[in-house]
Design a protein around this ligand. Structure first.
Ligand code: PGA
Length: 243
């Protein structure tokens, strides 16, 4: 695991964007595993800017997102497809038919989970998976005490996640209670992992995930068993790591 300290959010975002851009330059048909949340927005801004300037070409790339709320469609403003379209897809030259997010409107969890796994396999697997981390250590919507070997599935969101995400909704009551997410098994099959972390409020969970025991109680801790992980954190997020 490589841990890179960035000066601040902008620096973290630029470094992460550089790694994703290099991936696409080296392998134009890369499958990029992408994430939502506030952390990756700056990374997507850099990629959009570099694409506009002609420095990165996404025309052959494909994307698969980690997760989507159950019950929200592509046009729902709080949905993750909408988020990705707003922050990235609409700003780069990617073929929209090669951008994938779990279908939150599929009522049958087993069917959607199997479809999404088959889709990822048919694309040849994820070349690099971008991840944030939740305050409880979740990656995607894999909440504490999820089995490490599960694939895409439907989860019940924890109160902590509902509370953290209510800022995007009119109230906590409007936050969906379930989501489709790649499982830890899916995430661990990505060839490379790129985790970005920002802010003092993530310092404790970052230390637990990167230095504490590998345990389902801290889902991100499993990443220490992956052979190619890069973590980019700002100084505040990395402040509780042993020096
Ligand atoms: P955030 O979310 O980027 O909005 O902090 C991260 C996550 O929950 O994975």
């Amino acid at each position: 695991m490589r841990i890179i300290e960035a000066k601040d959010y902008q620096d973290m975002s630029k470094k992460a964007a550089n790694i994703l851009a290099a991936q696409v330059i080296l392998k134009p048909e890369s499958v990029l595993g992408l994430a939502t949340g506030s952390t990756p927005i700056g990374t997507y801004e850099y990629l959009a800017d570099w694409c506009k300037r002609g420095d990165v070409d996404f025309s052959k790339a494909a994307t698969v997102n980690l997760d989507e709320y159950r019950g929200l469609d592509h046009d729902h403003e709080q949905g993750y497809y909408y988020f990705m379209n707003k922050h990235l897809y609409s700003k780069i030259n990617i073929d929209p038919s090669r951008t994938h997010v779990p279908n939150g409107m599929e009522p049958d969890p087993a069917k959607e989970s199997a479809r999404y796994e088959a889709l990822i396999r048919s694309l040849g697997g994820v070349d690099i998976q971008l991840l944030g981390i939740g305050h409880d250590g979740h990656i995607g919507f894999n909440e504490p005490n999820t089995h490490f070997d599960v694939d895409t599935h439907c989860v019940d969101l924890t109160e902590m996640t509902i509370e953290a995400n209510k800022r995007f909704f009119a109230s906590a009551d409007e936050v969906p209670r379930q989501a489709y997410t790649m499982g830890i098994g899916t995430i661990m099959r990505a060839r490379k992992i790129l985790m970005i972390i920002c802010g003092e409020d993530k310092a404790d969970i970052t230390a637990a995930a990167l230095c504490g025991p590998v345990t389902p109680e801290v889902p991100a801790s499993i990443l220490r068993f992956h052979q190619d992980v890069t973590v980019i954190g700002d100084a505040a997020a990395l402040s509780k790591l042993p020096r």
